[in-house]
Design a protein around this ligand. Structure first.
Ligand SMILES: [Zn+2]
Length: 183
């Protein structure tokens, strides 16, 4: 995982882990789901084995709690939890030569997957919080969905996890307004 791209990847993977392992789990498909989540970093996806599932499930539960704390405005609790994760799994910057040039990675390529991704995800969310952007961590405004996201839009006005949810809620609201007019 390249250090200069890990923040986006960390945020993306953190939200994916929460959504796909806690909020909308697919029992029996954990390894396949994790391989899709880790596809942002092909060496990680290639290294993934069924034995990693419990560790990622535990990480997903911790990250779910962080999103809940940030969404509920409890920055102190989120910071405590992130500090615990960061202390247990510190980053391990490492230069690796690729195609004749040195690149700085967050961890060595053969680092253990779960500690590495715990570190990457926790650091990405810690940067969000430390940068004064805790309010960018949100959950879908459609209560029936509840998926989490990190709002990277310029004006920070995102309310839904996806355009699918946004369109579904808009269509339902439109239908209600039409029904009210017809009454
Ligand atoms: Zn949604």
């Amino acid at each position: 995982m390249l250090l200069d791209s890990y923040m986006d990847a960390g945020v993306l993977v953190a939200a994916d882990l929460v959504n796909r392992m806690v909020i909308r789990p697919e029992p029996g498909a954990d390894t396949a789901v994790l391989r899709e989540v880790l596809a942002v970093d092909p060496p990680s996806a290639a290294q993934l084995a069924p034995g990693h599932v419990p560790g990622f499930a535990a990480l997903a539960r911790e990250l779910h709690a962080v999103f809940g704390e940030l969404g509920g405005g409890d920055e102190d609790a989120a910071a405590d939890r992130l500090n615990r994760l960061l202390a247990a799994h510190p980053a391990h910057p490492h230069l690796a030569k690729e195609d004749g040039r040195w690149r700085l990675h967050h961890h060595p390529a053969d680092a253990s997957l779960v500690p590495m991704w715990t570190s990457i995800c926790a650091e990405a969310l810690a940067r969000l919080l430390g940068g004064g952007h805790a309010d960018r961590a949100g959950s879908c405004a459609d209560d029936r969905c509840g998926r989490v996201f990190v709002d990277t839009s310029r004006n920070g006005s995102r309310r839904f996890c996806s355009t699918t949810c946004q369109n579904r809620v808009k269509t339902a609201a439109l239908r209600r307004r039409r029904a009210a007019v017809d009454d």
